[in-house]
Ligand binder design. Sequence first.
Ligand code: IDP
Ligand code: MG
Length: 139
Amino acid sequence: MATNRTFTMIKPDAVADGNMGAILKMIEDAGFKIISMKYTRLTAELAGQFYAVHKERPFYGELVDYMSSGPIVAAILEKDNAVADFRTLIGATNPAEAAEGTIRKLFAKSIGENAVHGSDSDENAEIEGNFYFSQYERF
Ligand code: IDP
Ligand code: MG
């Protein structure tokens, strides 16, 4: 059964480009409540851990370098059907394939530098939220 939480990151390209506020506004306007939020930066080691599921993929090194290249915003979001509805809001991984009006269509530069992360399952939403936030930071 779908739960009501997902996890997101506003990635380094979007923060560097000054799109943090616009993306948070889109998230709130779409009905997501921000449960936990952190402005932080991953080391390469932490980025490697977060994306360990992709370590055999050819873009893994590039992804780790990019995700540790500057500050990000990490957040836990709440809404009915959160995981699926958030994937709809952000659009396809490759902005060239993302639907009009999605966050990636509006703000992503490329398939790699694609502005936002969204969890792909309830299970990963919980794992990813726990990666960033202690039990005292999850409301
Ligand atoms: P997702 O973020 O839409 O779930 P995934 O396939 O889980 O996409 O890939 C994780 C992240 O890895 C993407 O968001 C993107 O930043 C990066 N990535 C995915 N595919 C490529 C690629 O072909 N080249 C470079 N980076 C990629
Ligand atoms: Mg993914």
